[in-house]
Structure formats: structure tokens, C-alpha cells
Design a protein around this ligand. Sequence first.
Ligand code: NAP
Ligand code: ZN
Length: 349
Amino acid sequence: MIKSKAYATHSASSPLTAYEIQRRDPGSEDVQIEILYCGVCHSDLHTARNEWKNTLYPAVPGHEIVGRVVAVGNKVQGYKVGDLAGVGCMVDSCGHCHSCREGEEQYCENGFTGTYNGPLFGGENTYGGYSQTIVVKQSFVLRIHHDEKDLASVAPLLCAGITTYSPLRHWGAGPGKKVGIVGLGGLGHMGVKIAHAMGAYVVLFTTSSGKVADGKRLGADEVCISTDLKQMAAHANTFDFILNTVAAPHNLDAYLQLLKRDGTMTLVGAPAEPHPSPGVFNLIMKRRQLAGSLIGGVRETQEMLDFCAQHKIVSDIELIPMDYINTAYERMLKSDVKYRFVINMADFK
Ligand code: NAP
Ligand code: ZN
């Protein structure tokens, strides 16, 4: 077994503190990665505080992992010691169900194994990226083609990047399409960059008037303050697709009525409490659709990383030391981060 320093929480109400975990010795198909940077996703906070009522303690969050390969098993062909590599939200799945066979492991019918918090349908806990090293089977390891100097800013692509890329691709964001992104946080700012790079006309919806200039800098063609009813009404019936990344319950009707006939709004934000139920007439009168989407499969995550490397897309980050994490969570709750915290593991001695 390999000992690794980590940061864990032991209950919904306690802060994260230093904790030692053990990783398995790399098996023949495994890659061991020294973690250099790990992004901080709002899902880490939901999990640490048991907001989804499924947390296994001790909980070591972190699923936006980048680092350097330090050991490989004897059947590993795609990675060698010294390579840069990434790990996202999953470390395993059944491999044989309908979804896994189609490369959509995140919808594994037998439940994928999360990078942290264990298998979806119960089983042994897993520990995430708030740690010095991780051992992952090679089929769940991602290749990084970005410049090494951008590595810290690449980490958030492993969750925030794929969670926005996958639905934007699935619902056809591209030239001639009007796409809305709701919420300018970690996911939202990646959504704006990626939708813009795909060639869509991008409108950012934000509750924060202070984010208008940033929204445009990041690639939005327009920024709409979602609390301003007049600004919202000007977009009625015009969107092909809206990607909603908001981490808190809110009025979905305000956005559904902005969709064209046959338009779709997809929820990726996963608040602990339900949204107020949307009015049915907003859906049936224009055959609109309300949908959801979960991260993306391994193959699509690699496709997203390659797309982002090609388009020079990285995350806007604030680099923090490991022991800043509890403060970072409080700031994330106040939307006080531009636009993703990333933990620098070099500061974690
Ligand atoms: P984040 O950085 O905290 O961003 C969330 C944004 O939502 C905020 O920046 C804010 O944007 C907006 N917001 C927050 N509270 C709001 C409120 N009360 N009313 C309206 N808007 C509000 O979070 P994140 O890391 O991007 O994650 C967002 C959500 O996606 C979380 O629930 C997370 O668990 C979930 N998630 C889902 C998946 C998936 O696979 N589906 C993957 C990763 C994360 P403005 O200031 O611009 O309004
Ligand atoms: Zn995440």
C-alpha cells in the first residue's frame, strides 16, 4: 500500500483537515499519478457537507485532477513515467452494460465508481484529488496535450469542462444556434468559453451585475442580468438551447419561456433542494424540453481536452494551498471566485 497525505472531512458539519489515506499498489493495468493540481468543484462542497444525503465519511473530495505519472503496471501501454495525465469524476464502471459499451460510462447501468465517494450504488469508499497521489486504471486516465505551464488551469476541464462540453455537443451548439448559459461560476465560465469556441451565439445569464464585463471577455456575445425582467423579456422565444449551471433552487420558468419552439433547457446544476416545479404551459405550448446531463464519458472527456487544447481554452483560476480549502468553500458559496479554485499540491508538504 502507498501512504498519501490528504485532506478529509469526517462529518457534514466539520471542516476539512489533514488526514492520511492509503492507495493500492499499482496493478498491471494501473497508473499511479503524483497529483500536482486539483480543481475545487461545487460538487465537492455538496459532498463534504452531505447535501445530497449520500456521503461516505471520511470524505476526501476532488475530481479535477492533473499530475505526473510516477509508476505504471506491466500491461499499461498508453502512459509512461513522466507523462502528464488527468483524472476526472470516474475511476471505474461495469464496462459491459449498454451505456459503457457506447462510451457513456457516466450512465453505467450498474453504477460507475466516483473518483471520490465510491460506487454509485454502494460499496467501498474512494478518495479523491485532495491528496498527493492516486492510482487509477488506465482506461479512466486522460491525456493532457496543453502546454505544461498551463497545467493548473487545465485541472477544472476534468469536471467543469466536460460537464458543459457534453451537453453543448449533444444538443448541437454551433454556428447559427443561440445558446444561453445560466450562472457564471466554475461550470458556467467553461460553458461560455466552449459554446463560443463551437461557434454558437452565446448569451450569459447572471444574477451578478459585476460579472457583465467578464462574461463578454470570456466569449459571451451578450450578458443578461437575470433579475431584470425587461432584459429577460427581450429574449423571449429565441433560444435553441439553454445550459443551466446554477447550484441553488430557482425559478426555471424564467428561462423556459426564452426557448424557441422545440428548444431545450438542460440542467447540470444539482442543488440540494428541488427547484419549484415549472409551469406545464411553458413546455406544452411550444413543445419545449427540460433535460439533464451528467459529466461525460471517458472518450468524450478526451475529445473535450483535445478540443480545448486546440482552441487554447483553459479555466480562469485562483491557485490556493490545501489548507485554504475551508475558506475557499465559504467564498464559493458567495460566488466569490473567478472562476475556479485550484489547489496547488506543491504547497502540501
Ligand atoms: P459555482 O462555481 O458555485 O457556480 C454556481 C453559479 O450559480 C454561481 O457562480 C452563480 O452565478 C449561480 N448561483 C449561485 N447561487 C445562485 C442563486 N441562489 N440563484 C441564482 N444563481 C445562483 O458552482 P459549479 O462548480 O459551477 O457547480 C454548479 C452546480 O453544478 C453545482 O450544483 C454542482 O454540484 C453541479 N455539477 C453538476 C455536474 C453534472 O455532471 N451535472 C458536474 C459538476 C457540477 P451568477 O453569479 O453568475 O449568478
Ligand atoms: Zn465536479
